[in-house]
Design a protein. Structure first.
Lengths: 116, 112
């Protein structure tokens, strides 16, 4: 079975542009989370979605938004890019069998975004 | 790809020795913990988890210890191998939320 897949793997943008990152969860997983990982740090929580509803949001500005589709795939959108948005963006899926709490997260390989 | 954790604490161990990686977590309300391994250019890979009603859990070559009194978590790797070289993160889940808080990470280097 395929794991979590993310596209694109690398992306270069300039300040002020917007970007859309895509994620397909593990088959059967209904929950998708997005994390930002800046070089030298651990991942930071951005969003979690379940059944197309936002279930949690981290401390990120409104320039960051996401959505989940009926097939449970997800998109992360970032508007008005800043240099500080350069990071590895990770998507994780979980099965949500336990109601969504205390669930193992399985991560994709991420999208490396560079903002120039 | 880019390296993860260029300025992280580093633990160097000889191949075949046991490794112990430590993590101090932040929130006393955290009730579920995961250790992840991250190799350069890849996403975090699940290693082992533990719930707050336990203080020890063993997997294949790995053991996680949880001390809730001092909010401390450790990962023990037995007979460390070159393939264990990576950055290791602990992640805590605060009870009742869907958010995981990751530690800063430790780079493990296995010396031949």
């Amino acid at each position: 079975d395929a794991g979590v897949t993310q596209s694109p793997t690398h992306l270069i943008k300039t300040r002020g542009q917007h970007v859309t990152l895509r994620c397909s969860p593990i088959s059967g997983h209904k929950s998708v989370s997005w994390y930002q990982q800046v070089l030298g740090q651990g991942p930071q929580f951005i969003f979690q979605y379940y059944e197309k509803e936002e279930r949690g949001r981290g401390n990120f500005p409104d320039r960051f938004s996401a959505r989940q589709f009926p097939n449970y795939s997800s998109e992360l959108n970032v508007n008005a890019l800043l240099l500080g948005d350069s990071a590895l963006y990770l998507c994780a899926s979980s099965s949500d069998r336990g109601g969504g709490l205390n669930e193992k997260l399985f991560f994709g390989s991420g999208t490396q975004l560079s903002v120039l | 790809g880019e390296s993860v954790g260029l300025h992280l604490p580093t633990l160097s161990v000889q191949e075949g020795d046991n490794s112990i990686i430590n993590c101090a977590y932040s929130n006393s309300a955290s009730d579920y913990f995961i250790w992840y391994k991250q190799e350069s250019g890849k996403g975090p890979q699940f290693i082992i988890d533990i719930r707050s009603n336990m203080d020890k859990r063993q997997g294949q070559r790995v053991t996680v210890l949880l001390n809730k009194t001092v909010k401390h978590l450790s990962l023990q790797i037995a007979a460390t191998q070159p393939g264990d070289s990576a950055v290791y993160f602990c992640a805590e889940n605060i009870g009742g939320t869907y958010k995981y808080i990751f530690g800063t990470g430790t780079r493990l280097k296995v010396l031949a």
